[in-house]
Design a protein around this ligand. Structure first.
Ligand SMILES: Cc1cc2nc3c(=O)[nH]c(=O)nc-3n(C[C@H](O)[C@H](O)[C@H](O)COP(=O)(O)O)c2cc1C
Length: 465
């Protein structure tokens, strides 16, 4: 019987395992060195390498490396070329196949497919694995959530943050990721795309300009309101507040990037027309109102949900245009800029989603039901409104249907990010292959060294062939 092992940090992979009903061993940070004793499949989320020390300790323990049949990688395609990076790195390092890739807590098709894979694996007679040298298991250097913060001393008026006493893994990982995704918009030479841009059909040019300015509008609300409002709730955690400070800074970079793109491709007159278009667009304005009302209402969990809906879901109606063109190998530098922006937007959604789930799963069943209904209702309102916006934005481009599929797919991801089940039938298979190429292909074609996470594979500590 083939066994299953999995690792999880924020609970999404655990949720996926629960949905499959498979009996699985969870790799525990406190004692990762557990012997599987049998052939098994490993299901893993993706993070930076230093977050995977427990997995490394598990794999290098006794014969676990030799018994590994294959990997199932979980991640988020918004990380484009880093999608499922952990499973991919281990696959290359240990010469074990990737059996399947999925996003977040998976949808019903993922559940079905993975059950099938496990069933097939159980049926098959596997040959002997490669004779790989066993590493000495080394001690994990992850220090685990030490939620022993001292209670506020009554005499103290104000407390200094103590970074040395902080061990929240997610904050630590998010902080490290922040440094990797800082960029300077003007260093991406999108002016080299000008010629190609001016040869696009006029309606596509307009769609792109309106996409940039729609992104600017949403980003302005995030930068000026959402992140400050959410940060107010991080009062018990200085490092969480620090991450939100940084996310706010990064959102300001994105804000500037969209303005930069508009400036490169549009005359002053066209820029004014584009700004007027967003300011008079009833659906964009309604979206801002729906979200801002939530941010101003001071309900901590609602604010986070609204932020996740825009970051993981709605932004993508405007990212679609440039990504779709890039999927046809058009405007590569503009795609590069958009991908930098997307990384920041993705981290905003992922990080806030984790904090939402932390709060949500602490609630009683009844309270969870109330929040679930509220989230579902907000999702419906935002979705209905977004369809109208998509019709305006993609008018005469023939792309409306494809964008609608994409927005349902991204809203499913937002729901998963919020610990809820996806509500739309869309999954990655339904999306247009051109869009998938646009999302997944690397746009880094220039001599552009700012993005520091483009390191070669096989840097992961300790796992060696
Ligand atoms: C700080 C951070 C870094 C991440 N890096 C990646 C990445 O490089 N590639 C990827 O595909 N997903 C990445 N993700 C997304 C997670 O892999 C994804 O949300 C996964 O479902 C989390 O699983 P878990 O909740 O079981 O830990 C990252 C998430 C966080 C919070």
């Amino acid at each position: 019987m083939v066994k299953i092992a999995f690792y999880t940090i924020t609970g999404q992979t655990q949720r996926f395992i629960n949905k499959t009903g498979l009996d699985a061993h969870r790799i525990e940070d406190a004692h990762p060195q557990y012997q599987m004793n049998d052939k098994y499949i490993l299901i893993l989320p993706s993070y930076q390498d230093f977050m995977m020390d427990s997995v490394v300790d598990f794999l290098t323990y006794k014969d676990n490396k030799e018994n590994l049949l294959g990997l199932i990688g979980c991640g988020n395609r918004n990380f484009n070329d880093l999608f499922a990076q952990t499973a991919k790195k281990i696959s290359v390092t240990l010469h074990v196949p990737i059996l399947y890739l999925l996003e977040l807590s998976g949808n019903s098709a993922d559940v079905k497919n993975v059950r099938q894979i496990v069933k097939e694996a159980c049926k098959e007679e596997h040959g002997t694995q490669k004779d790989l040298p066993i590493q000495n298991p080394s001690l994990s250097n992850i220090n685990f959530l030490r939620d022993f913060r001292q209670k506020m001393n009554k005499k103290t008026y104000y407390k200094a943050s103590n970074w040395n006493a902080v061990e929240d893994q997610v904050d630590r990982a998010a902080w490290a990721r922040l440094n990797d995704i800082v960029y300077e918009p003007r260093r991406v030479p999108i002016y080299k795309d000008q010629d190609e841009f001016f040869h696009l059909p006029k309606n596509e040019q307009t769609m792109l300009l309106h996409s940039f300015v729609s992104l600017t509008l949403s980003s302005t609300l995030q930068m000026k309101v959402a992140l400050s409002k959410i940060k107010e709730d991080a009062e018990n955690s200085d490092e969480e507040a620090a991450v939100y400070n940084a996310l706010q800074y990064l959102e300001s970079i994105n804000n500037k990037a969209y303005g930069h793109a508009l400036n490169v491709f549009a005359s002053k007159e066209e820029q004014n027309e584009s700004y007027e278009w967003v300011h008079n667009n009833p659906y964009l304005q309604k979206k801002m109102k729906l979200l801002n009302t939530v941010y101003q209402a001071e309900n901590s969990i609602h604010k986070k949900a609204a932020h996740v809906f825009i970051s993981t879901g709605l932004y993508h109606s405007s990212f679609f245009g440039p990504l779709y063109l890039f999927g046809q190998h058009k405007l590569p530098r503009t795609a590069e800029l958009i991908k930098y922006a997307l990384r920041i937007t993705a981290l905003n959604g992922i990080y806030t989603g984790i904090k939402f789930r932390r709060d949500f799963f602490k609630l009683s069943k009844e309270e969870q039901d109330t929040v679930h209904n509220w989230v579902s209702d907000l999702c419906d309102k935002l979705y209905d409104n977004e369809l109208n916006h998509i019709k305006l934005l993609y008018h005469h481009t023939g792309l409306e249907d494809k964008v609608e599929h994409y927005i349902r797919y991204t809203l499913n991801k937002a729901l998963m990010n919020l610990g809820q089940e996806p509500k739309y039938p869309e999954n990655i298979e339904i999306l247009d292959p051109i869009l998938i190429t646009g999302i997944m292909d690397s746009a880094m074609i220039e001599d552009f060294f700012f993005y520091t996470n483009a390191h070669p594979i096989l840097k992961m500590r300790e796992i060696k062939k």
